[in-house]
Structures are given as structure tokens and as C-alpha cells.
Ligand binder design. Structure first.
Ligand code: ATP
Ligand code: MG
Length: 337
């Protein structure tokens, strides 16, 4: 069997053996299926048979720098968060998760289409609205979740926002460096050639920003205010449709990928989710009041800075996704301001 499908690597034989042990099946009797979505360099598969299926994510030490140290910590944090949240908000997380093979493999229940689960924005507009409302409701409820200080420390729930986004100097770099502006101009001109016509206006808005110092300074000032906001709302910090299982029969939501989970200012989850919805072509005007403007603007600077970094791996499209997200966040800002 080929083990790579559209840059999505299936889990290794070693990991399949571990799963067979957990499920109590012989490895020959297990089926293995690829999954769509995801931007990390982990291997992933849905594995099982009959009515018993699990989702498996594997840190591939051969593919990653540092023996996958960072990715191993992500699996560990994900596993800890799912465990902790199962005691507080079980309806929003997988029922269980466990680490195997010395922490290289994370296993959890599989949420598959045969059981009504969807991992993307529904196609029908009416269902789209229900989906968006359901996700916003979950992000709002999660904001009030609290943990003991010892858990916050153990799961490192107080670093992601502060270090990665709040004090990011994306706009400073754009303002100061012609090289950065030129790299970005090149990136967005090439996106205009590669991606659908409907998005062109959004890329044009970035190109206009890159040529306008006053606009860059205005955005920088708004972004600076973000760190003054209270940083006490819990969230997944990666709310995009490929991290959300939506049950079209029951309306239930399960969030996965807790490795970025953190305390943040309010409406972080709804803001990043609505940017993702805009990126996928949804008109999000009806939900503008769920957007944190300072955060929206900070994310523009953060993604612009990130999108010109080196690709994670050949064929990995994270950098394009960041550029497109920046363009969508900017187009939302231009509508709201
Ligand atoms: N429990 C699950 N059951 C079924 N499919 C799943 C499950 N968890 C994830 N998937 C599928 O795998 C895809 C990627 O999963 P996941 O987001 O966990 O990967 P990842 O490697 O962590 O990527 P990233 O960190 O970039 O988000 C999801 O979009 C979904 O299609
Ligand atoms: Mg993911």
C-alpha cells in the first residue's frame, strides 16, 4: 500500500501495531483510511473495522527536526487538555484520548461521516448558518472554563497568546523593512495568479496596505492595544473547520487539536473562526459583533509576518493559508471600521 496521499502521510506499521493492541484486533484485520485537512507534519489515519474506528496521529521522527520534540509536546498537551476538559465540558471534546509508543502516538475516537460527522463547512446555506451558530456557541461557553493553577501550569495555558500573537511585531517589520514589504508584495501578486477570481479583491487590499505607510501605522496602533485587554478567556486557539467535527444529525460539535489552547482576550475563538469562514466564502456580516477588532488587526500583522517564512515542508500549504487568512482578516477590518 502506498503510504502517502496528497501529502497526507498514513501512520506507520509500528503505530498500527500499537492501535491493534489497544483495540484488541489482529493488525491484519484492521483497515486504514486517510483523512483530509491538517497542516502539521504529523502522520494521521482513521483505523479500525466494523463499528470500531479510532483516529490516530503520529509524530514522525524521521520527518521532523529535533526528533519531533515540539510535536511530541503538542500531542502531550492535546491529551492533557482533552482529559481535563472531559471533567468540565465533555460535550465539546473527544470522549477520550490516550498516548502510546512513548508519546509518539495519540489515539482518540474517530468522528466519521458514516456517523453523521462533517469536518468542513456544510455546503447548504441553511446548514452553514446552523454550523456557524453552533461553533460560536461552543467558543463562547469555553471562554468561561477555568482550571486550577497547577493545571494551567502543567498544560502551559498562558503562553500562546502572550508570546505568539500579543507581542508580535508583524506591523513593525512591515513598516521598517522594504525587503519584508517586497517579499509580501511578491507573495500576494503570485496568490492573485494562483487562486480563484473571487478572492482577488481581498489580495488587492493587502497590496494597497503594503504601499500605504499611514494605513500600516493605523493598524499597528490598533494591534498594540490588544495586550491591554484582559487575558482570561479559555479557548482552543485554532478554531478552523478542519479542527471541528460537526454532527449534521444532532448539531453536536467536537473540537480537536488542543495543542495551542490558551487563555486569551475575549472573542478570540469567534474571531479566528469567522476569519476562516470568510476565507471559505461565507458572508459573515451577521456575526460582526462576535469579532474582537484589536485581535483581528493583530492577526493581520501576525499572519503577514508568518506567511513569508520558509515552507514547513515541500508541498505544505500552511504559508499560503496564512497569507490568505491575513487578506481575509484585512477585508473584514475594512468592512467593520
Ligand atoms: N477524531 C477524529 N476523527 C476523525 N477524523 C479526524 C479526527 N481528528 C482529526 N480528524 C481528521 O484529520 C484532520 C487533521 O487532523 P488534526 O487537525 O488533528 O491534524 P494535525 O496534524 O494536528 O493538523 P494541524 O495541527 O495542522 O491542525 C481533520 O481535519 C479531520 O479531517
Ligand atoms: Mg488540525
Amino acid at each position: 500500500m502506498t503510504n502517502v496521499i496528497n501529502n497526507n502521510y498514513l501512520i506507520s506499521k509500528k503505530a498500527r501495531d500499537a492501535v491493534a493492541d489497544v483495540l484488541g484486533y489482529e493488525i491484519e484485520k484492521l483497515q486504514i483510511k486517510p483523512v483530509s485537512g491538517g497542516y502539521s507534519r504529523n502522520r494521521r489515519s482513521v483505523v479500525g473495522r466494523d463499528d470500531t474506528w479510532v483516529f490516530v496521529k503520529e509524530v514522525d521522527t524521521t520527518l521532523l527536526p529535533n526528533g519531533g520534540k515540539e510535536e511530541k509536546w503538542w500531542l502531550k498537551k492535546d491529551n492533557l487538555c482533552v482529559g481535563a476538559l472531559n471533567k468540565i465540558a465533555p460535550e465539546f471534546v473527544p470522549e477520550w484520548s490516550r498516548l502510546e509508543l512513548g508519546g509518539h502516538v495519540l489515539i482518540m475516537p474517530a468522528y466519521i461521516k458514516e456517523d453523521g460527522w462533517l469536518w468542513q463547512l456544510p455546503k447548504y446555506i441553511k446548514l452553514q448558518n446552523k454550523y456557524i451558530e453552533a461553533v460560536l456557541n461552543v467558543t463562547k461557553k469555553l471562554e468561561t472554563v477555568n482550571f486550577k493553577d497547577s493545571e494551567i501550569k502543567k498544560m502551559q495555558l498562558q503562553t500562546y497568546f502572550r508570546d505568539k500573537i500579543g507581542y508580535d511585531e508583524g506591523f513593525d517589520q512591515i513598516i521598517k523593512s522594504k525587503t519584508v514589504r517586497n517579499k509580501l508584495l511578491e507573495k500576494f501578486v503570485s496568490l492573485k495568479n494562483e487562486y480563484p477570481e473571487s478572492d482577488q479583491l481581498k489580495y488587492d487590499q493587502v497590496i494597497i496596505l503594503l504601499n500605504n505607510k499611514n494605513e500600516q501605522k493605523e493598524l499597528k496602533n490598533i494591534a498594540t492595544n490588544l495586550t491591554k485587554q484582559p487575558n482570561d478567556c479559555f479557548g482552543l486557539c485554532d478554531v478552523r473547520s478542519d479542527n471541528i467535527a460537526y454532527n449534521t444529525n444532532t448539531g453536536q460539535i467536537k473540537l480537536v487539536d488542543w495543542n495551542w489552547a490558551s487563555f486569551t482576550p475575549n472573542n478570540f475563538g469567534s474571531t479566528e473562526f469567522l476569519i476562516d469562514m470568510a476565507r471559505q466564502g461565507v458572508d459573515i456580516k451577521a456575526w460582526f459583533n462576535s469579532i474582537n477588532i484589536e485581535l483581528l488587526v493583530t492577526l493581520i500583522g501576525y499572519w503577514l509576518k508568518s506567511c513569508i517564512n520558509k515552507p514547513l515542508a515541500p508541498g505544505n500549504n500552511l504559508r499560503d493559508m496564512q497569507a490568505i487568512s491575513a487578506a481575509n482578516a484585512l477585508s473584514i477590518y475594512n468592512l467593520i471600521k
